[in-house]
Design a protein around this ligand. Structure first.
Ligand code: M6R
Length: 608
């Protein structure tokens, strides 16, 4: 959940400046406190985001190397004292950490009996003291770090420094991502590639249980046991600007506006339209196995889970394969019935969500074939699944997931076509899906062009304290997603509900002050949606509808209408979710909230 960034150079650059610039691009990983250390100038910490830290750094703060951190609190309050880096008793060993050291209490007790004194309430600090302890007998920093890391249990992405070997940084990974950047006469360690890309595109991803020892001109990777690992560097195509806001006020709006491009990128090169086929290179290695599978369990969290629920409708209706969708956080604690003919499919933008990762591991243990629909190349889920489909949506920075969902649903449509054609879907049906997918970018653009009207609607309803979102069939999960978007960035009560469930309880809440957003595009359940809307209107509930272009009659039912183009029923959610994302965005803006940084949330949930 936190962001780590480390740098060492022989090129005369000031590491402090490089580190601070890098922290800004890691901010989506955490922003309740920040800190920096260089062997030359020492440490500065601040409560709040990276900008607060930058303001506190005095002129002349310098380093040829250093480590910097953004924190999202797990153990200990978000205070300066608990901000990273953490030090040992001597102030020579400094550590930054993303994750949780589970056995820190036992280690702390042991270290205290050895005379160590602790300055913070964090689990991280034990590591600095452990290294200090090992340096008493083992003078080599890398070896002392390896000995210390062998004592900790839990998850970590770590970078640490020792004043006795100031140009060296040690990085380590266990469950939290760590990537090395390889420049000319300089090396980097970070939680992801975004702060590295403006300096170099040559990177090496660490695996769990690996430790890297870097100096400006070298990097050596070890297993925890001490054996060396050789790994080729990879070239990353993303540029650093791809992760910037691109002129919009917020990443969230920029990412919603990227919808057309995102669909293009997700489907690019993956449709053989004339044959009605989807070609998914990432599934080729398991293509034959996939044909034998008789069940899919989709796992994910938050928005990715709602993508999965929508995928269930697609896959069952068009590929004829039974699907269950599970919250990843529940799946891993059940006793799920899984066998060698089960696919466990993880959906995750970050590819690092711990619950989803553990669900995949659980599926694997039980003999399933594991697949991923993942956006982040080289992420843990992408690497641990047997095969998968990358989203190619580009980095998503806004905490509220928007473009990732549009891409996940497009990828699910590709997967449906791929598996469907293995199971008797006709070429005609495959062609129809392919044609409709190709038309989506233009259709999304048409919705984005109506954003001023949606902004006005958000203004009109800005004082509502509660919102209900209703939908049926393919749009049932989208109702939940619309509500999630509103609550996570506006902090108001919003509920998703299957429209058919209204009379079973939720209808009781409706009055003049309780607006409902009804997803009522023209499809096989439209008439039923219209009846549900009548019931709300009869109770004087304000009604906003999402309807298909040309449906004028709906104006008699709804107070306000957001129109969207029509596509085939299984793809309609990809269009319907866009106005819901825009509505949530403008609603939160009306309230004056920082939509990219909702309180209490962080982009990537790498702890339970
Ligand atoms: O990176 P992932 O897709 O695995 O993340 C899953 C959820 O944490 C994520 O979708 C979360 O619910 C978003 N904040 C929703 O906007």
């Amino acid at each position: 959940m936190c962001g780590i960034f480390a740098f060492t150079t022989k090129n005369g650059k000031n590491a402090a400046e490089v580190l601070m610039d890098g922290l800004m691009s890691l901010e989506y990983r955490g922003y309740d406190s920040a800190g920096i250390f260089t062997p030359e100038s020492g440490s500065i910490k601040a409560v709040g985001a990276a900008a607060q830290l930058r303001r506190k750094i005095p002129a002349g703060f310098f380093g040829k190397s250093g480590i910097a951190h953004l924190r999202w609190a797990t153990h200990g309050e978000p205070t300066e004292q608990n901000a990273h880096p953490h030090q040992d008793c001597s102030g020579d060993v400094w550590v930054i950490h993303n994750g949780i050291i589970e056995n820190f209490k036992a280690l702390k007790k042991k270290l205290e009996t050895l005379g160590h004194t602790f300055k913070s309430a964090t689990d991280t600090e034990v590591l600095a003291h452990l290294v200090e302890e090992h340096l008493k007998t083992e003078k080599d920093f890398t070896k002392a770090a390896l000995l210390a890391l062998n004592e900790v249990k839990g998850t970590y992405g770590i970078a640490m420094q020792y004043r006795g070997d100031p140009s060296r940084v040690i990085g380590a990974r266990m469950g939290s991502p760590v990537v090395l950047g390889l420049g000319e006469g300089e090396r980097f360690i970070a939680s992801d590639a975004s702060p590295i890309l403006r300096h170099t595109r040559q990177v090496v991803f660490l695996e769990d249980g690996e430790v890297a020892s870097i100096t400006p001109e070298s990097h050596t990777i070890y297993k925890l046991a001490g054996t060396k690992v050789s790994r080729e560097a990879e070239h990353i195509d993303w540029n650093a600007e791809a992760a910037q806001r691109g002129g919009y006020d917020h990443f969230m709006l920029k990412e919603i506006m990227e919808g057309p491009e995102v669909v293009e990128n997700t489907i690019r090169g993956r449709l053989r339209e004339s044959e009605g086929l989807a070609k998914l290179g990432g599934l080729e290695s398991v293509e034959r196995d996939l044909a034998k599978m008789d069940r899919i369990i989709i796992v994910g969290c938050g928005t990715a889970y709602f993508a999965g629920l929508t995928g269930e409708y697609m896959l069952e209706e068009h590929a004829g394969i039974p699907v269950e969708v599970e919250l990843a956080s529940e799946f891993r604690y059940r006793n799920p019935v899984v066998n060698g003919r089960t696919i466990v499919l993880a959906i995750s933008q970050s590819g690092e969500t711990l619950d989803t990762l553990e669900a995949i591991r659980e599926g694997k243990r039980r003999g399933a074939l594991t697949l991923g629909i993942v956006n982040t190349v080289g992420s843990t889920i992408a690497r641990e699944t047997d095969a998968g489909v990358y989203n190619h949506a580009g980095p998503e920075i806004g905490v509220a997931s928007t473009k990732a969902l549009v891409s996940q649903l497009s990828a699910l449509a590709l997967l449906t076509t791929f598996l469907g054609r293995q199971r008797g879907m006709s070429a005609h049906e495959g062609r129809e899906i392919a044609r409709a997918l190709r038309a989506l970018p233009q259709q999304i653009q048409a919705i984005l062009n109506t954003r001023d009207g949606i902004q006005k609607m958000a203004k009109k309803y800005k004082n509502a304290r509660d919102f209900l979102y209703i939908g049926r069939k393919y749009n049932y999960p989208i109702a939940f997603e619309g509500a999630l978007k509103l609550k996570e960035i506006s902090y108001i009560h919003a509920e998703g509900c299957g429209a058919g469930e209204m009379k079973h309880g939720p209808l009781a809440m409706i009055d003049q002050k309780f607006p409902t957003l009804a997803i009522a595009t023209s499809d096989s359940v439209y008439e039923k949606m219209a009846s549900n809307m009548q019931e709300i209107k009869a109770r004087k509930g304000p009604l906003i509808a999402i309807a298909s272009e040309g449906n004028d009659e709906i104006k008699q039912l709804a107070d306000d209408v957001m129109y969207v183009p029509k596509t085939i029923e299984m793809l309609q959610p990809i269009l319907n979710v866009v106005p819901l994302q825009l509505f949530a965005y403008f609603f939160a803006r009306e309230k004056g909230y920082n939509v990219d940084r909702p309180r209490n949330l962080a982009k990537s949930v790498t702890v339970e």
